[in-house]
Design a protein around this ligand. Structure first.
Ligand SMILES: Cc1ncc(C[n+]2csc(CCOP(=O)(O)OP(=O)(O)O)c2C)c(N)n1
Ligand SMILES: [Mg+2]
Length: 364
């Protein structure tokens, strides 16, 4: 079957020129971040890259159930954003949640076990890739329903405000999510009540096979902020420091009671939408020019050329992340399956379980 390409090579090259002219920012280390912190950010990016690259192969070998959406080429966004947060802050995620979980400090062993449906996984093997949650890390959950993280983030921000805490929430979402009704309702409510939430749109210019410019007349998501009376900014989504700076500023505003910010981190998904995507909707040759902005490679170049690290040091950090993922895969492969007795665990509250048992409706 002939491919239907919604984006031609000519349009791709024009979009790249627009990105270079309007969005791209040079990597400059933010003031206040130590060399050690910057190296840790690179290691998190490497962990995400290695984790999600492995997932595709493991899925093909039937180790991983369901589907999985890779965060490869978006590493700068999750890592840049989470580096600007405290451990006690929260994030909400999307269907592309591995990267967000790792960026927030998630343990790759527990994540890999979760993806393989094992009992040691973050959600006892019941969440899998698309519904992974790591509440102890402040990661309130990935979700397969586009846009559905928005009200969860607003709810968490409301609870923080009502309880008098100073936690903030970063709400990751895709460009496809911005045309859901709940996106508008959530931002309007958060803006009206000055809630401590940062709406972080990962604009990769595609919602599966639909280019964003065919879904919205104005391709700049951040322009919408004016409609809610909050600040809006577009940043280079391939640049970990650009994301860090924008989120740090928004966090300061949110923590001091001044309400939400809408940040659009613009990048390009030059890989398939999910593990089974044959990208029939586009000419795969149009992906190649975008790989020149690979966020992990850009960070690697920065560290060697401007960060004061040797190539060997940077390579060693990458290799240690790679080994951590390999160890996680071995661990998850041999981790125990969930026992039958765990069927209801994590589904109902203990109180409700007692009610079920008293009604004789608890079958185990
Ligand atoms: C409410 C809803 N509609 C449709 C889908 C099918 N779907 C899954 S992912 C996706 C595209 C999401 O695009 P975007 O929000 O830009 O995120 P990206 O995958 O590009 O990161 C769609 C339409 C869904 N999961 N939920
Ligand atoms: Mg998208």
């Amino acid at each position: 079957m002939a491919k239907t390409s919604f984006v031609t090579m000519e349009e791709t090259l024009a979009a790249i020129e627009d990105y270079k002219r309007e969005i791209m920012q040079p990597l400059t280390a933010p003031e206040g971040l130590s060399g050690d912190q910057i190296l840790k950010m690179y290691r998190r990016m490497a962990l995400i890259r290695e984790f999600d690259t492995s997932v595709k192969g493991l899925w093909k070998q039937n180790y991983i159930y369901g589907l999985a959406h890779s965060y490869v080429c978006a590493e700068a966004i999750g890592v840049g954003a989470c580096a600007a947060l405290r451990d006690s802050d929260f994030i909400t995620s999307t269907h592309r949640g591995h990267g967000h979980t790792i960026a927030k400090g998630g343990d790759v062993k527990k994540m890999m076990a979760e993806l393989m449906g094992k009992y040691d996984g973050y959600c006892l093997g019941k969440g899998g890739s698309m519904h992974i949650a790591a509440v102890d890390e402040g990661m309130l959950g990935a979700t397969g329903i586009v846009g559905s993280g928005m009200p969860i983030a607003v709810g968490a921000a409301l609870s923080s405000k009502v309880l008098g805490k100073d936690n903030v929430v970063v709400c990751f979402h895709g460009d496809g999510g911005t045309n859901q009704g709940v996106w508008h309702e959530s931002i309007n409510l958060a803006a009206t009540w000055d809630l401590p939430v940062i709406f972080l749109c990962e604009n990769n210019q595609w919602a599966i096979s639909l280019p964003y410019k065919k879904a919205s007349k104005n391709p700049r998501v951040s322009d919408r902020a004016i409609g809610y009376g909050i600040p809006g900014v577009t940043v280079d989504g391939f640049n970990v420091f650009a994301v860090y700076n924008a989120v740090a500023k928004a966090v300061e505003r949110a923590r001091s009671g001044n309400g939400p910010t809408l940040i659009e981190a613009k990048y390009y998904r030059y890989i398939g939408h999910f593990v089974a995507d044959d990208e029939r909707y586009r000419d795969m040759a149009t992906n190649a020019p975008w790989t020149a902005f690979d966020p992990v490679e850009r960070m690697c170049r920065f560290l060697v050329e401007n960060g004061g690290f040797s190539e060997e040091q940077v390579q060693a950090v990458y290799e240690s992340a790679k080994q951590e993922v390999l160890d996680a895969i071995e661990y998850a492969k041999t981790a125990p399956e969930p026992p039958l007795s765990s069927l209801y665990d994590g589904i109902y509250s203990p109180e409700f379980m007692e009610i079920l048992k008293s009604r004789g409706e608890y079958v185990l």
